[in-house]
Design a protein around this ligand. Sequence first.
Ligand SMILES: Nc1nc2c(ncn2[C@@H]2O[C@H](COP(=O)(O)OP(=O)(O)O)[C@@H](O)[C@H]2O)c(=O)[nH]1
Ligand SMILES: [Mg+2]
Length: 391
Amino acid sequence: MDGYLGVIVIVVVVALLAVGGLFLLFRPGRKAAPPVPPPQAPPLPEEEKRPAGPVEEAGGAVTTVPPPIKPAEPMVIAPEVEVPPPSAGRMVRLRSRLARSQSSLGRGLLELLSRDRLDDDVWDEIEESLITADVGVAPTRAMVEELRTKVKVLGSRTPAEVRGLLREQLLAQINPDLDRSLHVQKHGERPAVVLVVGVNGTGKTTTTGKLARSLIGDGKKVVLGAADTFRAAAADQLQTWGERVGAETVRGPEGGDPASVAFDATAKGIEDKVDVVIVDTAGRLHTKTGLMDELGKVKRVIEKKATVDEVLLVLDATTGQNGMRQAQVFAEVVNITGIALTKLDGTAKGGIVISVQRELGVPVKLVGLGEGPDDLAPFDPEVFVDAILGD
Ligand SMILES: Nc1nc2c(ncn2[C@@H]2O[C@H](COP(=O)(O)OP(=O)(O)O)[C@@H](O)[C@H]2O)c(=O)[nH]1
Ligand SMILES: [Mg+2]
């Protein structure tokens, strides 16, 4: 009996407590429970899953549980900024991209020079393969002459000797002593400015984007100037490159003044204390005077605030002599300080490295070896020649 009574008392007490609790929770005037956190809020750890606000504890006392940590403002997913690899050693990694130049220029020359008898016909063939690879007439003549003399001295040749001879001659034509460093050092508080020029479609915007990546990979801060105001798509294209690596792009209205964009980009670079401002331009070859006016103005306007340290001429390696003639026009209107030779992957005409330097009197500083973001490399003559000749 006693046991039964005890159980009944407990049940009644529990029931009363429950009713009291319900009354406390739902009494009129009580504030509504805070809204459930939005679905994107991260799940809370177990002990924090209690409802917020007044809660009755076992003894009937009402305490206040702090509300759950507020979910952050609606999350804006920022585009992920990539950390590009540094530029050093890139050409070694990309050397297999020169496969076409290797098979037609390198292997052809090695085979011809290894023949037992080198008569005039063979020398003509050697000359022809150099010309075909865009080495250019004068450098070809000089090379053939040197090779003829050296071969005479050697007499019979081992394959290693032939390779050594060719390597020496190609390197001499490319001139490993030229200063190929990019002038991108800050001047105190002022950023270095790189102006990118060249014919439409040669790869200016792509090269500007790749260069920004590579400079950022080397630890520099970069601002981009979209001075190709001819098409809005060009500025979009550049901005996309910039966003991927965290470089701001200064742009203007479509059809606007390229010089004013260049000016604004330089000002932004100074304001943000960046290391390098890279200005991408339009490549419209309307008239030589039109081009001269446009590029001249862009340059002058930048020079109101900074110095133009590098004028990079972008040249498409697949366009051969035609591209070279157009490049010449650019070289006549602006003072080119370096060449970025693009699309060297996909061409058998690697010899253009030699002819373009000779024709324009400026070193090849960068080479484009593909469409990928990290397919731009500082030009290394030895790696280039070794890639062409194979191992
Ligand atoms: N294969 C290859 N394609 C390239 C290279 N550089 C640029 N391109 C391509 O060339 C095309 C034109 O490039 P773009 O930068 O828009 O030329 P722009 O008109 O001079 O600005 C694009 O499809 C690029 O992907 C390169 O080094 N190799
Ligand atoms: Mg462009």
